[in-house]
Design a protein around this ligand. Structure first.
Ligand SMILES: CC1CCN(C(=N)N)CC1
Ligand SMILES: CC1CCN(C(=N)N)CC1
Length: 325
């Protein structure tokens, strides 16, 4: 089988939500290549926490007795609950007995984001949080039945993009796809990014260890790289109150060039201009920030909306393919 699903941006492209049939209900889920749990708001979630969300009704599923899950994310948000086996359909691709993690508790960030009815993890199943036995991601569940064991991400700035499962649509990118091998030891689509440049010119240095992460909004890079970037932005400075680099919204940002698999990709300055810090619209928060404390760099949505990415398990070693879009 194969299929395509829309990836609809929230305001400022904070995250992208995709319609997924879970049991007999369609929910809008955040496809996250940085985690491996498929969890959903449900009729088991306290009403005080689920107002405004679409809810999975586990009555159509088979309860996995004694199974629980509990996940927390880098931004301090999280959720927990119980586990059912049920039908999940993404763009016409069907997992007949997918582990669906029904939330019995969600944090305030999720409670408040009524666009988001849960997450569909697309990292490696080794980091699934279900106890006493880790469960397969949706991709792992359907991988063997896909025309090709791969999926692609084509996210866009302020417009609907797509995730495709089982095939590469050559109309979605230009030029050739350049591939890098993935190290799955930490359960992420993790690889080594090469040189970089600010503005234009030839790349040099090394960004290093990084993950391709659709569930993270911004790009988080080594301090040396981030300082080199904002040195080229006259009004930029590090604002500890905002927790990162800010600048005058009126200033045009330079492009950021990064070399992956021998090919240089350009993230346009307009894509790096993330959002105003408040309603005055004077000061803006940059889309490139420091990776301090994370342990690797994260190429999140700010990067991904410039490229077409293949998450490829056609070989014995998983690999990532990057092309310009
Ligand atoms: C390394 C971290 C990256 C952000 N995360 C995520 N997309 N779920 C959590 C893991
Ligand atoms: C990777 C996840 C981080 C937490 N999320 C959130 N607060 N909306 C969702 C994505």
């Amino acid at each position: 089988q194969s299929g395509e699903v829309a990836a609809n941006p929230e305001q400022y492209d904070e995250s992208y939500l995709c319609p997924v049939q879970v049991g007999q209900t369609t929910l809008n889920l955040d496809f996250d290549t940085g985690s491996a749990d498929l969890w959903v708001f449900s009729t088991l979630t306290p009403k005080s926490e689920s107002t405004g969300h679409s809810l999975y009704n586990p009555s159509t599923g088979t309860k996995k007795s004694g199974y629980t899950w509990d996940i927390s994310y880098g931004d301090g948000s999280g959720a927990s609950g119980t586990v059912y086996a049920d039908k999940v359909v993404v763009g016409g691709v069907t997992a007949t007995s997918q582990a669906v993690e029904a939330a019995t508790s969600v944090s305030s960030q999720f409670e408040q984001d009524t666009d988001n009815d849960g997450l569909l993890g697309l990292a490696f199943s080794s980091i699934n949080t279900v106890e006493p036995q880790a469960q397969k991601t949706f991709f792992d569940s359907v991988k063997g039945s896909l025309a090709k064991p791969l999926f692609t991400a084509d996210l866009k700035k302020g417009a609907a993009g797509t995730y495709d499962f089982g095939y590469i649509d050559s109309s979605k990118y230009t030029g050739s796809i350049s591939y890098v091998n993935v190290n799955t030891a930490n359960g992420f689509w993790e690889f080594t990014a090469s040189g970089y440049a600010v503005g234009s010119g030839s790349v040099s240095g090394s960004v290093g260890d990084a993950i391709a992460d659709t569930g993270t909004t911004l790009m988080y890079l080594p301090t040396t790289v981030v300082q080199a970037y904002y040195n080229k932005v006259d009004s930029a400075d590090y604002d500890s109150n905002q927790g990162g680099y800010t600048y005058d919204c009126s200033e045009n940002l330079p492009n950021f060039l990064i070399s992956l698999g021998g090919k240089t990709f350009t993230v346009s300055g307009t894509d790096i201009n993330f959002a105003p810090v408040d309603s005055s619209g004077e000061t803006c928060f940059g889309g490139i920030q420091e990776n301090t404390g994370i342990g690797m760099s994260i190429l999140g949505d700010i990067f991904l909306k410039s490229v077409f990415v293949v998450f490829d398990q056609t070989q014995s070693t998983p690999r990532l393919g990057f092309a310009a879009q």
